[in-house]
Ligand binder design. Structure first.
Ligand code: TQI
Ligand code: CA
Ligand code: ZN
Ligand code: ZN
Length: 172
């Protein structure tokens, strides 16, 4: 079953149009257009299940959600750890920070399977999971759910499952 973050933080009812900005990309080799497309697909999966809408903005000061790639200690007390281990983290509502470990071998698949190269991590799969956290979901005990706490490397898991949909629809 799905869970919430402790205390059940959520985006308030008058905030249904959320803007996100991709603010730190110098630490990844994935090009900007590909990043925009991957994050747009990941947000679209959650907006399809709720009344929430997401739009990318170029202006960090306009953004509710900020996305960036960082290596090692990046100033928020949650240092990244190099390849594998922690892949990414997101803060609970309404903080909006979503950080990805620049040291991962990120793969931006265009709808097909993730690369099977050793240690490859599918960016869209991690994005869909972290957006769940940004919206206030904790981890699920359902193994197929997007919000389950582990994923096999080299696999792609991007479709919301019934458990994820029930979790998010209980909030939004
Ligand atoms: N990052 C953890 C995560 O997002 C951070 C974390 C650990 C956490 N404990 C938490 C977040 C408790 C909220 C509540 O789950 S991670 C996966 C998965 C990670 C893991 O790098 O381990 C994904 C990031 F589920 F696949 F294992 C994204 Cl998809
Ligand atoms: Ca790592
Ligand atoms: Zn961070
Ligand atoms: Zn998680």
């Amino acid at each position: 079953l799905y869970t919430y973050f402790p205390g059940g933080p959520m985006w308030p009812p008058f905030r249904r149009d959320l803007k996100y900005a991709i603010v730190a990309t110098s630490a990844t080799s994935i090009d900007r257009a590909t990043l925009s497309a991957v994050f747009a697909r990941a947000f679209a999966r959650w907006s399809a299940a709720t009344t929430l809408q997401f739009a990318e903005t170029a202006s960090e000061s306009d953004a509710d959600i900020t996305i960036g790639f960082y290596a090692g200690d990046h100033g928020d007390g949650e240092a990244f750890d190099g390849p594998l281990g922690t892949l990414a983290h997101a803060f609970s509502p309404t903080d909006g920070r979503f950080h990805l470990d620049a040291a991962e071998a990120w793969v931006a698949a265009d709808g097909g399977d993730a690369s099977s190269s050793p240690g490859a991590v599918d960016l869209e799969s991690v994005a869909v999971h972290e957006i769940g956290h940004l919206l206030g979901l904790g981890h699920s005990s359902v193994q197929d759910a997007i919000m389950y706490p582990t994923i096999r490397t080299g696999t792609r898991k991007v479709e919301l499952q019934t458990d994820d949909v029930e979790g998010i629809q209980s909030m939004y």
